[in-house]
Write a protein that binds this ligand. Sequence first.
Ligand code: NAD
Ligand code: MG
Length: 359
Amino acid sequence: MRTIDIPLGDRSYPVRIGEGLLADPAAWAPHVGQAPILIVTNETVAPLYLPAVLGALKGHDVDTFTMADGEAEKNWDNWRALIGRLADRHAPRDTTLVALGGGVVGDLCGFAAATWMRGIRFIQAPTTLLAQVDASVGGKTAINIPQGKNLVGAFHQPAAVIADTATLRTLPPREYRAGLAEVLKYGAICDAGFIDWIEANIDALRAMEPDALAEIVERSVRYKAEVVGADEREQGVRAILNFGHTFGHALETHTGYQRYLHGEAVAIGMVVAATLSESRGLLAPGLARRLADIQSALGLPVTVPADIDAPDLLQHMKLDKKNLAGRRRLVLLSAPGKAIVDEDSADADILAALNACRA
Ligand code: NAD
Ligand code: MG
């Protein structure tokens, strides 16, 4: 088992990473006392992993709340139902919530933990690659409302993260690959050496070798912890985690969230952002090509499709909630592993970069 400490003063917590952790009572013991536990999961994950977790928590007072599957379930109704369950059971203030599932379960469970009695303990047990390398670490919790995604939420750090890398083997392959895009993102913005490592381990990643999985989860969590530790509430440097995301969100919005998984859209977005960095003269030529080659080898998309017009994407970018005071902010690169926040890219630069990324 590998352990990474997220240093956030009195909100610090460990992330434990390893094969088979969900079934291991020793992985849970330091984080659960004698107080009641409520496991929040969904209909897909429950049959796969709930028995193992219940086995590891034998002897504890455990209840389970199972949601339907899907992003649409990260909503008021499930938040209300979960809070209702806590209220009906008179859940005391020392109750521990456990989020067993992907980012949807983690965000909703985390938001319920943040709001019940103004905040109770919760443990993240992420079962998707995206949740292990991104959503479970950093303390952002949220639900979606009809007006937009993640518009209602809170910062609330977990008491621990238990990331069982064996769970990744049951993921739909597309979900796994989409998570790899966020992994590569950390190399692009934080560490050129990690880009090299990924490039050298493409076969091991495609084969989901246990050591390779543990390595990417550990390194990604370390990079995210560094960034979040410097800026817990996203007032500055945390913005670099959005590398590839402005273009990615434009693609997701334009296609009604139907065509791309988030990580797939981010993959294309990273190639566009690197291309723009190069054409603006901020980054030496070569990295955009290299990122695209790595992503293709991992089975990720890398081009802006022919049926989507660049001006339409630009229009979506103007509405991005990361923009401040009407200024468009983009995360670009000044070197492999080094991100910068840019406010000076003109529409024409962006349109040219989008069109340069056609097949
Ligand atoms: P998800 O939770 O929808 O999981 C993807 C699919 O995989 C679902 O169908 C799920 O049931 C299934 N699944 C989960 N674990 C499985 C397993 N081990 N085997 C088989 N199937 C499994 O999606 P996600 O990509 O994990 O998370 C996306 C969500 O995370 C979005 O709502 C996004 O807003 C949020 N998010 C939050 C943060 C944050 O900082 N809080 C960061 C990134 C993303
Ligand atoms: Mg993302």
